[in-house]
Design a protein. Structure first.
Length: 577
């Protein structure tokens, strides 16, 4: 089992396997049989071989422990998560080689397509193709890049609206009015977003590739996207003329908004998984965590969430950016955080500089000293010349005009580079503005002439979040007893038991006949159980008497447009046309 970062544990859940109903298992079985049959010629070869390597069974919903055992062969793991989780959490799990799996399974009414995350999408869609090393590297890379992508407050509100929409769309009790209201809320929240954030760019690229990507030639592509691989309907629909096939490029993918409530109308075709890797690296090269500078600070400020800024000395500041002071050229010369802030180096929190010590915020200058001196590069002799000696009263004047005056309490280095100066009786001013007063206590000044990186989250997540994030064992709710089966679920269970016995006796024929009669009288529109019974009938001479009636009933149900293709796809596997 892969280790789960402690700060992600609140998003991890348990798989209450006994809550799956016989109908849930039948839905899984139908989709998996379709995948094994229909995707042999249309899916990328890595998916077809991965279905075998993954060990995922067709007959029943997999247990997450089984998924772990399979994925361990490639150094990955799997965890159950609570439905639609925040993008940053999803990406960080992928970056750590952990496949997040929603325990829920789509309803029979949504068997062709559902916007809500479910175990069919994650286990049957994502897991098999991860056995291809190049593709696996891409998924892990885009995951690690996604964790470094800045979002904004409005984007978070749009996510919550989208999460609500997926719940409403999947719930069979939802009314048309409730669905329309949820859809309208998503549209309103998306319209409130005034810029295309880094997080949205990564999300759109992920959507166009990992979820809905095609690969190969433009006029004869293969499927590799999990959204297509896990959708019985869309895996066929995507090859029709109703879907436009476009050449893959990062720019084109990023320019295309995600469509989550209906089948896709346009898909992107890449040449290879290597092309995907090159593309996501190109996108990463435009992002704050690689570019740095004032623009990266601005993105951290607009996110309004905990972020980390890294100086070229190696020291990192983690907190919520509150304000940025800029010079006449628009370059940042001083940065302030608000609330709990921590200092780190090499992804480890500095002793004595955690969020409890810097509980009310933090501020520090950015830039070189007058004379073009980069303080972080100064050797002991140069520091002495500047008056930077422990116990010495000194004044440091930056090119920006920021003045730091106080008595040096301590000097902390990262290897040979100065990264932190602590002052007593210190005042910090910029022009006529007071940035720090003596009575506020010790002034800890991060040293660095440049911001080389900025990204969301903490430099040392385990230390920063440890006091506020409950561990997994504190949040687990013990699974309750399975709900009693209703009559239809009991019929599904009986048919499954007969199939699994792999022997058909007079008793089996009598039981199936009684089940068939019950279907006719009480469940005239249930097509899936009839299909499962027909599968048994065509495979056994003893059950031949049921074959024609079941076939006729399914043919009649084909007149219902919403289930026609589902029935025909099921019959195709049984060699009926």
């Amino acid at each position: 089992m892969r280790m789960i970062p402690p700060h992600l544990s609140p998003y991890i859940s348990e798989q209450d396997y006994d809550q799956y109903t016989p109908i849930d298992h039948a839905v899984w079985r139908y989709v998996m049989r379709q995948n094994h049959h229909a995707l042999r010629d249309t899916a990328h070869a890595a998916f077809v071989s991965g279905l075998l390597k993954s060990g995922i069974q067709k007959e029943s919903i997999p247990r997450v422990s089984e998924m772990n055992a399979c994925l361990a062969k490639i150094g990955w793991g799997a965890v159950i998560v609570n439905g639609l989780i925040p993008g940053a959490v999803f990406y960080e799990l992928l970056a750590n080689g952990i496949l997040p799996i929603a325990a829920e399974i789509r309803k029979l009414s949504n068997i062709e397509y559902t916007p809500a995350p479910d175990i069919i999408h994650e286990a049957a869609g994502h897991a098999p193709i991860l056995f291809d090393p190049e593709y696996r590297a891409y998924v892990q890379t885009i995951g690690s890049i996604g964790t470094k992508a800045f979002s904004m407050k409005e984007r978070g509100e749009a996510f919550e609206a989208l999460r609500l929409l997926t719940i409403v769309m999947e719930d069979p009790k939802s009314t048309a009015e409730e669905k329309a209201a949820a859809q309208k809320l998503v549209e309103e929240k998306q319209q409130a977003i005034t810029e295309l954030t880094e997080a949205e760019k990564v999300s759109r690229l992920f959507w166009a590739t990992v979820e809905y990507g095609l690969i190969g030639e433009l006029d004869d592509p293969k499927i590799y996207g999990a959204g297509l691989l896990s959708s019985v309907g869309e895996s066929k629909h995507c090859f029709t003329d109703a879907v436009m096939k476009l050449p893959y490029s990062v720019e084109a993918c990023v320019a295309s908004p995600k469509v989550v409530t209906e089948m896709q109308s346009r898909l992107f075709v890449c040449h290879s998984f290597e092309e995907l890797l090159e593309g996501v690296e190109a996108l990463a090269n435009t992002m704050a965590f690689r570019v740095g500078g004032t623009d990266s600070l601005e993105k951290a400020l607009r996110s309004r969430h905990v972020a980390t800024i890294a100086f070229n000395s190696g020291i990192c500041v983690t907190g919520i950016i509150h304000s940025i002071e800029k010079d006449s050229n628009g370059e940042a010369v001083y940065v302030n955080t608000t609330g709990e802030t921590a200092l780190s180096v090499n992804h480890q929190q500095l002793s004595g500089h955690g969020k409890h010590y810097h509980a009310t915020g933090y501020g520090t200058p950015i830039g070189k000293l007058q004379g073009g001196i980069a303080l972080e590069d100064c050797d002991d002799q140069t520091l002495t010349g500047l008056g930077v000696l422990q116990g010495n009263q000194t004044e440091l004047v930056f090119e920006s005009g920021v003045r730091v005056s106080g008595r040096i309490q301590s000097i902390l280095k990262n290897d040979q580079q100065v990264m932190l100066l602590s002052f007593e009786d210190c005042s910090v001013t910029w022009n006529s503005k007071v940035l720090f007063k003596k009575e506020w206590g010790t002034y800890d000044m991060a040293v660095g002439s440049r911001i080389i990186s900025a990204y969301p989250g903490a430099a040392d997540p385990a230390a920063y979040y440890s006091a506020t994030v409950p561990l997994l064992h504190e949040t687990v709710v013990e699974p309750g007893p399975p709900a009693p089966l209703n009559e239809l679920e009991t019929l599904y269970q009986q048919v499954a038991a007969i199939r699994e016995s792999d022997s058909f006796t007079d008793h089996s024929l009598q039981a199936l006949t009684e089940i068939h009669n019950e279907l006719i009288q009480t469940y005239p529109n249930d097509w899936l159980l009839r299909l499962e019974m027909l599968e048994l009938a065509v495979a056994s001479q003893e059950l031949q008497a049921l074959e024609l009636p079941l076939q006729q009933e399914l043919n009649d149900l084909c007149k219902v447009a919403s289930i026609r293709n589902l029935i025909l796809n099921g019959l195709a596997i049984l060699k009926f046309h």
